[in-house]
Design a protein around this ligand. Structure first.
Ligand SMILES: Cc1cc2nc3c(=O)[nH]c(=O)nc-3n(C[C@H](O)[C@H](O)[C@H](O)COP(=O)(O)O)c2cc1C
Ligand code: SF4
Length: 463
């Protein structure tokens, strides 16, 4: 038995077990409502949250309008409608127990509008907002305006200090805590800085200790730190409890609550997770946001890795060792190194005959089918991100001005598809690096899917 003490989160004393928000539709009103019902904290994802038609069916089509700007506007309206719908569901399930939070990715286009729209439309139902992926400077101002608590997600003490000095110090009343998300272990997008090596994980203890020291220095000694990333069971984290170097803590679980009876993801996705082995998750940089992210090495991710391995540098003019001509699919001739010719020919002969440029003066090789899908995905772009490397969409002025990057993919399409019963082979499966523990943990023996209640009870006991 571990000594997990209740703490005050978003204005109420609750059990410091938090469901990590997961978009798209990885956490919703039902899953978060059940966490809150257990006296813990549930988190609704605001990323394209599901909303319903008059018959109570999920609306699957986000927009059919012709212009991307119009589709983007529909997406935002839908996200607000969805966030409100999910907050109502969560509130009903939770009763008066626990706390309900919402989560938004700051790097989504018009994320501020979505947060405001949902907080306005679901007044009194939401107690806190968590926000990561980028530096959400405005989060404190927005949350304070609506009288809800806010929780920036950071991966270092330095990032928090920047946010505090530039913005949050003016909005300290509603700062509910800071989420420390381990950039080497957490599922989803990871906040690795350029100075940090993806292959050299650092000990979370030292990083969290440094964060606490920073908080103390800033006069925030009592602010809870929410530990996220690689948290499976609390037995592993006992030395973080009642430890003056670490201070007041809560624990956020991202991957583990994906397998419960109330989790919205498909049975097929749950089954894939139950069967993973150590090393099946890759920390890579294919997301069109430009961030690192962690996902299961399924067919979809392996193909991105293979495409990247087949990448070849080129020059527009011959010289400097680049003397071998290569004709691209747009009939342009570029020059590659002689030693790369065999690599190019091998791919072309294997059916990867469409040669596409990247924004980094390199080319990659695709099958005609892959290229067709890529073009279709770009044509249907909903403008979900503030800056998208895949489609070169920019929420600021319509385009990033760069070439579309064929090494990436449409993240909205794949996350929406997988969270609505899509193929587990042909979509991205975000997961934390400890996902293999499903296969070792007795709670899931013989394919058992626990209820949220069972999961929370196991976690409270340290299991
Ligand atoms: C499928 C999946 C989707 C996620 N989506 C989001 C998201 O939209 N926003 C966010 O802040 N974090 C997201 N996360 C991160 C989780 O909220 C959580 O912090 C993280 O998974 C914790 O690490 P763990 O997976 O080791 O438990 C996601 C994680 C997963 C596995
Ligand atoms: S192409 Fe990029 S911006 Fe457009 S919907 Fe897909 S991920 Fe979002």
């Amino acid at each position: 038995m571990i000594n997990l003490k209740n703490i005050v989160i978003s204005g109420k004393e609750v059990c410091p077990i938090i469901e990590g928000g997961k978009g798209i539709n990885g956490t919703d009103g039902r899953s978060s409502g059940h966490f809150a019902k257990e006296g813990c904290v549930g988190t609704i994802s605001l990323v394209s949250a599901d909303y319903y038609d008059d018959n109570g069916n999920v609306v699957m089509e986000r927009s059919t309008r012709l212009k991307r700007q119009e589709r983007h506007e529909d997406l935002i309206k839908g996200a607000i409608k969805g966030g409100i719908a999910q907050a109502q569901i969560a509130h009903e399930i939770a009763g008066n127990n626990g706390r309900i939070h919402v989560n938004e990715l700051w790097e989504l286009a018009d994320s501020e509008q979505v947060i405001r729209g949902v907080l306005e439309g679901a007044k009194g139902l939401i107690h806190g907002v968590t926000c990561g992926a980028g530096l959400p400077y405005k989060l404190g101002e927005i949350a304070s305006e609506y009288g809800v608590y806010y929780y920036p997600i950071v991966s270092s003490a330095r990032a928090f200090q920047i946010l505090w000095k530039r913005a949050y110090s003016h909005y300290s009343d509603f700062l509910g805590g800071v989420v420390y998300e381990d950039p080497w272990l957490a599922g989803g997008h990871n906040g690795l800085s350029n100075a940090e090596n993806p292959d050299e994980p650092q000990d979370p203890y030292n990083r969290i200790k440094e964060l606490r020291a920073t908080l103390v220095k800033l006069g925030l000694a009592e602010l809870p730190i929410v530990i996220a990333g690689g948290v499976w069971c609390l037995q592993d984290w006992e030395n973080y409890l009642d430890n003056p170097e670490i201070g007041k803590v809560a624990f956020q679980f991202g991957t583990r609550p994906m397998i419960t009876t109330e989790s919205p993801i498909s049975d097929a996705w749950k089954k894939v997770m139950l069967q993973t082995k150590p090393g099946d998750v890759a920390l890579q940089r294919f997301s069109p946001t430009g961030f690192y992210s962690s996902a299961i090495k399924n067919k979809f991710l392996k193909r991105l890795m293979e495409r990247k391995e087949g990448e070849i540098a080129y020059r527009l003019e011959a010289g400097d060792g680049f003397g071998t001509p290569l004709t691209l699919s747009n009939v342009k001739t570029v020059y590659i190194k002689a030693e790369d010719l065999a690599k190019a020919n091998n791919q072309i002969n294997a059916g990867f005959s469409v040669i596409q440029e990247t924004p980094d003066s390199t080319v990659v090789f695709l099958t005609p089918d892959e290229w067709k899908t890529m073009k279709e995905d770009r044509a249907k772009c909903l403008g979900c991100l503030s800056q998208c490397q895949f489609s070169a969409w920019s929420g600021v002025n319509g385009t990033t001005g760069k070439l579309c990057d064929p090494r990436t993919y449409c993240i909205h399409k794949t996350l929406f598809d997988i969270s609505h019963n899509g193929s587990t082979d042909d979509n991205l499966l975000f997961a934390g690096h400890q996902v293999y523990r499903f296969g070792q943990d007795p709670l899931y023996a013989n394919g058992h899917i626990p209820s949220t209640h069972e999961l929370v009870e196991a976690i409270k006991q340290g299991r």
